[in-house]
Design a binder for this molecule. Structure first.
Ligand SMILES: [Zn+2]
Length: 110
């Protein structure tokens, strides 16, 4: 079940546990794109369909130190987002900015 925001009802909640994964993926993509752009500086500009995507995927086939650099970059950002955006909350709605705390799975009997 996808948890939705209690304010705007969007499924755009980012939980503290998912934040690190999302930002690490973004960090890896950023490193990948930077290397790809550097390699394309002197390349011809007339590319066949799918050619550039193929080159990006080929970069991922040589993971180190590419993945390590992107992971480190993403983890640094994830730490800062958790500290400066989430604070003591558990989830942030990317749509409306609402911050939520986790509710206990098993409510105490009553
Ligand atoms: Zn919301």
């Amino acid at each position: 079940m996808i948890k939705t925001c209690t304010i705007c009802n969007s499924a755009t909640l980012v939980h503290r546990q998912n934040l690190r994964t999302l930002v690490v993926v973004a960090g890896i993509l950023d490193v990948l794109l930077r290397i790809h752009v550097e390699r394309q500086q002197d390349a011809p500009t007339n590319h066949a369909p799918w050619e550039q995507l193929g080159k990006l995927v080929a970069l991922l086939a040589k993971p180190t130190p590419l993945l390590a650099e992107g992971t480190a970059q993403g983890e640094t950002l994830a730490d800062n987002v958790a500290k400066h955006w989430l604070g003591t909350f558990d989830s942030l709605c990317l749509n409306c900015g609402f911050l939520l705390m986790d509710e206990p799975d098993d409510p105490a009997p009553g």
